[in-house]
Design a protein around this ligand. Structure first.
Ligand code: ATP
Length: 440
């Protein structure tokens, strides 16, 4: 297998594949599209769900010290005042006086050069632009009804700290995990689904004794980095980059980013931050509630410190696609194959009757029904078998099951593996067990 080098050409091929095969469509396309929003199609919704499930599995299902939460997206201004978002969640915005284009100053390669018209020193003074989407809850559009769409899922965990502590029988070190949509009015969205105004996050807040915070920060940096490797990202395309002191958020005493080598350079998939006691202290002060832990064993009362691994589900799904994309020559033709880890692959199995004749499609659909309770399956009976294999390769499906004329008599099917294209004959009775072994 060749390892893909992320280039602008490869990026274009992936964007094209996403549209052609039903991963991602530009949103509101029949109305000309809508401002960097995207819809996940029949295959993309499976990919995205698998990324989120893989995260949930390792963060919640396989652990005894992390519980889940699904908090609301709409929230009152008090949350965002206490968290610091109303004052600090801003990006520096500049306008080009020559061509009127708008830019986020800290993301420009050259802060004096307009990337649109090439003018030098044509920018206005930077102004702080708040990224939160503001709306009104209820029929009155007055200030008492102001609400915000959350720009991160994290605050839902902090404001429910006491609820979770009182109901879950957890004590530090323990975590609260959440997956959900977040909204940021980004100045310059772009690079396909890398930066959008509506996106999904996978975040976990891990509450620890203050004197153990550094230990857990290092633990989560290593654990989260390993998660990407375990799910098929090549180590050569991934790095863990500690922030410089001047990059750190106002609350953070340490942050490291898991970065992927995108065509435009290394860029962030996930940030792991040591947030100290900032969040709980702020919400305790603003709400008047006690947000602390009383350790009965030692008779100590303290405000836990927080380690936060914050990842983007949509951005990570795109990086998985980019890392998996491969092209190879097979019998004089180019084969495009997504070498996705089986847990991330949209379909695990595709059932393909060799011909459209009812004596094959009928029993092939019985095989499909046998597999569906165990695996997400695709079924396809149109076109020549070779072209159907190629289609499944482009979707990243690890196994194709072909039901042919012999299958009717010998009650066996051909199992073709995506990466090696090796085929073997397996009895239908043994098929579920065989695939379970190979997919775990
Ligand atoms: P950036 O510096 O790229 O704006 P950030 O450091 O503000 O990102 P965080 O607040 O740490 O991002 O958010 C955690 C994760 O959420 C990011 O690592 C990223 O994967 C994802 N994310 C943040 N903003 C967006 C966005 N606009 N579109 C898609 N994913 C995003």
């Amino acid at each position: 297998m060749s390892e893909p080098v992320q280039t602008p050409e490869l990026f274009d091929k992936i964007v094209n594949l996403c549209k052609r095969r039903g991963f991602v469509f530009p949103s509101a396309e029949i109305y000309g599209g809508f401002r960097s929003t995207y819809d996940y199609g029949p295959v993309g919704v499976l990919l995205l769900r698998n990324v989120k499930d893989a995260w949930w599995r390792s963060m919640v299902q396989l652990r005894h010290d992390i519980v889940g939460l699904d908090a609301s997206i709409l929230g009152p201004p008090q949350i965002w005042e206490a968290s610091g978002h109303l004052t600090n969640f801003t990006d520096p915005l500049v306008d080009c006086k020559e061509c009127q284009s708008r830019w986020r100053l800290d993301k420009l390669d050259d802060p004096n050069l307009c990337p649109n018209c090439g003018s030098r020193n044509s920018f206005t003074e930077p102004r702080a632009f708040n990224l939160m989407f503001k709306t009104h809850a209820g029929p009155m559009e007055d200030s008492a009804a102001v609400a915000y769409l959350r720009p991160e899922t994290a605050q839902g965990m902090f404001i429910n700290f006491a609820n979770v502590l009182n109901t879950s029988r957890k004590k530090p070190p323990f975590g609260i995990a959440q997956i959900g949509k977040s909204f940021r009015n980004e100045i310059t969205p772009g690079n396909f689904v890398f930066r959008t105004r509506e996106f999904e996050q996978m975040e976990m807040e891990f509450f620890v004794r203050p004197d153990e915070a550094q230990h857990w920060y290092e633990y989560w940096c290593a654990t989260r980095f390993q998660w990407y490797l375990d799910h098929g990202m090549p180590e050569s395309q991934l790095r863990l980059r500690p922030h410089e002191a001047d990059e750190l958020s106002h609350y953070s005493s340490g942050t490291s980013d898991v970065e992927f080598r995108f065509p435009w350079g290394w860029d962030e998939l996930e940030g792991i931050a040591n947030r100290g006691d900032y969040d709980l202290t702020q919400h305790a002060r603003s709400s008047g509630e006690r947000l602390e832990y009383f350790d009965q064993a030692t008779n100590e009362r303290y405000v836990p410190h927080v380690i936060e691994p914050a990842a983007g589900a949509t951005r990570t799904a795109m990086a998985f696609l980019m890392a998996a994309y491969d092209e190879e020559e097979v019998k004089g033709e180019t084969r495009v194959v997504l070498r996705l880890h089986h847990r991330i692959a949209p379909f695990k199995v595709a059932v393909l009757p060799l011909s459209k004749k009812p004596e094959l499609t009928g029993p092939a659909q019985e095989v499909l029904a046998l597999l569906q309770p165990h695996f997400m399956c695709d079924y396809d009976e149109t076109q020549a078998i070779g072209r159907r294999y190629r289609r499944q390769d482009e979707l990243g499906t690890p196994f194709c099951i072909t039901f042919d004329f012999d299958s009717v008599d010998d009650r066996a099917v051909t199992v073709r593996e995506r990466d090696s294209m090796a085929q073997e004959r397996i009895g239908i009775d043994a098929l579920v067990g065989h695939l379970c072994d190979r997919l775990t």
